[in-house]
Write a protein that binds this ligand. Sequence first.
Ligand SMILES: [Zn+2]
Length: 310
Amino acid sequence: MAFAPAVATETVPCPLCASLAFEILFSAGDYEYGLPGEFFVSRCRQCGLMVQNPRPAFSEILRYYTEAYEPHHSPGTALVRRLRHRVLVQPKLRLIRSLVGDTGDVIDIGCGSGALLADLAQFGHWRLMGVEPNREAAASARGRGLTIAATVVEEAQVAAQSQDVAIMNHVLEHLPDPRQTVAHVQTLLRPGGHFIGEVPSPQCVERVLFGRYWGGYHLPRHLTFFSRDQLTRFLAQAGFREIRVRRVIQPSSWLTSASNYFRSRNSAAARFVSPHGFILLAAGVLPALALKVLGSAPILAFSCRKPSCR
Ligand SMILES: [Zn+2]
């Protein structure tokens, strides 16, 4: 059955300053999954935040998470898993240990198929829980023996002030109302609890090189594109303290951008520049490290705390 693109759009307020005044920067398509539709990236005239606006209703955007949606699946070969563990998982394990030691309650919000939680279960003694609204991904995470709420975090049965660490990796940019969701996440944390996660960083060389094909746009699934300063401000507005935002590498990142570019031109090169091929993924490590040195890594990693007492 042909996929009918979303037609009606709405303009939503800026998640940082609530302004409704936007300037459209460009329109682009779904380059990663090739689903039809035209989407708009705009800049808030008041605070400069880039957002997808006007945009389809969120229920329409959800149709663009297909069954093949990659974050809902686990990485393939043993070599890719090993590389992923070394570059992406170990730093997260170290971070959580440095924050709360080896025990405590940790919730991974938007956990996909539970890859990170499975690693945490293997290498620590935390009480773990995942939240994942996509049913197939949630079922896959449960299949790993993990405790998963298959819904959005606002609907999940999680007691207030019950968590020491809340993780949101590559989730904030997908949320229809990030302010409201992050406010809810804060209620789940104990006083002094930690909120950590990652978002794509628009302040990167890749965005300059690839423009609308930059993998971080990921239209229409990504809705908000925080700069480092804007993310810091957003977390401060939500009441968090001790906010740190660092730039981190992601070896597959430039491959996604290159693949988007070639696919949009129906070029055969797209097949060779797949972000899932091991050789090219490995080839992504050096450029990624170089970009980090240049202060232009494509991911922002944040950590912050709920105040200890109010
Ligand atoms: Zn704004």
